[in-house]
Design a protein around this ligand. Sequence first.
Ligand code: HPA
Ligand code: ZN
Length: 339
Amino acid sequence: MWPTAELHVHLEGTLEAELLVSLARRNGLALPSSDPAELRSRYVFSDLQSFLDIYYANLSVLRTAEDFYDLAYSYLQRAKAGGVQHVEAFFDPQTHLENGVPLAAVFEGFSAAFEQGRKTLGISAELILCFLRHLGPEAAQDTLSLALPYRDQFIGVGLDSSEIGFPPSLFTDVYARAAAEGLHRVAHAGEEGGPDYVWQALDLLQVERIDHGNRALEDPALVTALWDKQIPLTVCPLSNLSLKTASPDLAEHPLRRMLEENLLVSVNSDDPAYFGGYVDDNFAALEHALGLSTTDLARLARNSFRSAFLPEAEKDRLCALVDACATQQAAPAERDATR
Ligand code: HPA
Ligand code: ZN
């Protein structure tokens, strides 16, 4: 198991069906079924929107700070068991505000879970506030205004939800405002949208990382720009399979070319409760399908730390864990070779 940073996970997308059922019960809310297996059997998607429809509907069970705590702490426990040492996690405040939940409850629950994760699990975690692109730029501005009183509880802003028809250019002003507040900037681009969306995220939103970025490979000049500036790409292979945003054959996943092009690519889970696995599951699936070597896997793990919003000394410390793991993994082969 590789030590990694997870940089592309939506906390709301870690809501496992069992927790969904127990939160619905706790809050006296109805679900289409109270059987987790039956709920899970509905998680068959044709594209991003077909997933988002179910994902947003399920989020109505999150009402109190305790609910947000339980969601985030369950994720941190599972992530740590899969080797994750550091998390920069997305959340969607607009969904909760629309459900009548005050931002104070969201921040209280998530921040308490992160504190507990640090103390009990030894995992570090930070929040990235995402704007829902389908609600448009004015709503994003209003959300940033509501969130700024909690400025010390999140490190950056992101852009998620339905991609096509909601280009990054719409959000230029709110990203400039976030930058002026000293917030980090990332955006989903190139998941369903084309390379032009990735260009806009870079040039207009001035993002420091691209979430997904698969379709950037269609534009050689963009590949060169991503390499030149070493812009990290947070790639989510099992998500791409589930949402049909990449070939159904994982052996043809764009990650192979991203590695060949020497792009700063990392492996992430996106919405693990819906897409069939956490970071370690994504690593295992890729290792098998792409025939990745220990060197490739160690590179992906190191890339995740190099792509994080962490001090350089902390990145060095975490990369040393990867080096130790790589040495350990190589050891049996070396021992055999010297016999
Ligand atoms: N893509 C875009 N928006 C999202 C996703 C995703 O995979 N998950 C949650 N919001
Ligand atoms: Zn995502």
